[in-house]
Design a protein around this ligand. Structure first.
Ligand code: AHR
Length: 320
């Protein structure tokens, strides 16, 4: 009797182990090559990606590239070697992807681009890209400023990471508005690499070069973190951000809503941190029955001004 009980127990344990193994096998594994942690928005995207993966029972392996493309290429090759079910890439820069994407394609591993696009002649190298319209973001920020200043404004620009698609496109969109408004001019432009520290440093140099800031009507920052850095530089120069120098940026992170509520920033354009949700849905549907998603899954870009800043800050502060 004892022996039979032991055998039953062993049998059940074996069954549990094998069904566990089957579960482990059926659980989808996705490798995500993330840019780094350069901004509040980026940290939020990483957090939301984990939440979205957990919701769907997906094992998401995140590799932090520390803003370097070579680290991303290494991570993608390692994901291919591990035989993951899919790969997400938030590409640091837009060029230089064809070779490694071809390796993923040859290994039959679908790739989804998150929040940044790439330059390639062969779109079959990736399944889909989940991004906003980054040219529109720059354009709508410029249009707000043109309206606010009656089309007369000396702007200093803090660009994002050199060679990244949002830096290229946010500049392009904003420049379109400058071209249509002869009274508006970008008097200085430089990269602040999407970070708060560099945004502050570059703004300090702009202020110094422009009569202590007196010649500057507005700062256009390609993301909120650089805008926050610029706000600090403006304050330290004895000027009032949001008033003496208007502050225009992109992302819609809680800190910029706080600055807007305090009267120190003027407008931001939202970039949702939830790129992984739509990316996972597209990839899972593709894996399940071959459903091919649209090549571009576009996320919304909403403009926010100080009127709703306090409420938006309260709504978002714990989400990030
Ligand atoms: O690619 C999206 C951009 O990257 C965000 O606007 C910026 O904050 C981040 O670093």
């Amino acid at each position: 009797m004892k022996a039979r009980h032991l055998l039953t127990t062993i049998g059940m344990a074996a069954l549990m182990l094998s069904s566990g193994a089957a579960y482990a096998q059926s659980k989808m594994t996705i490798g995500f090559s993330q840019v780094g942690s350069e901004s509040g928005w980026r940290a939020a995207e990483t957090k939301v990606s984990k939440i979205e993966a957990d919701k769907r029972g997906v094992d998401l392996k995140i590799s932090d590239a520390q803003q370097k493309q070579e680290n991303q290429i290494r991570a993608v090759r390692s994901f291919i070697a591990q035989g993951v079910d899919g790969i997400f890439i938030a590409p640091v820069v837009s060029t230089g992807w064809d070779a490694v994407l071809k390796e993923a394609k040859d290994a039959k591993i679908p790739v989804v681009l998150l929040d940044r696009s790439i330059d390639t002649k062969d779109e079959s190298l990736y399944l889909t890209a989940v991004t906003s319209d980054t040219v529109y973001e720059g354009k709508v920020a410029g249009e707000w400023l043109a309206k606010e200043t009656g089309g007369k404004c000396n702007v200093v620009e803090l660009q994002g990471t050199v060679g990244s698609s949002p830096a290229i496109n946010r500049k392009k969109g904003f420049d379109q508005v400058m071209a249509a408004n002869p009274g508006m001019k970008i008097i200085r432009t430089q990269s602040g690499d999407f970070t708060r520290t560099k945004g502050k440093e570059v703004m300090e140099s702009f202020i110094k070069a422009e009569g202590g800031g007196k010649n500057i009507c507005a700062v256009y920052a390609h993301n909120d973190d650089m805008a926050i850095g610029a706000i600090q530089a403006i304050k330290e120069a004895g000027l009032k951000p949001g008033k003496d120098i208007k502050v225009v940026s992109i992302d819609a992170v809680p800190d910029i809503f706080k600055a807007m509520a305090d009267g120190e920033a003027n407008v931001t354009v939202e970039l949702t941190p939830n790129m992984a949700g739509p990316a996972l849905d597209a990839l899972m549907a593709f894996k399940k029955d071959g459903t091919v998603p649209k090549k571009w899954i576009q996320t919304e870009s909403k403009v926010y001004t100080p009127e709703t800043a306090k409420a938006e800050y309260d709504r978002r502060k714990d989400l990030y």
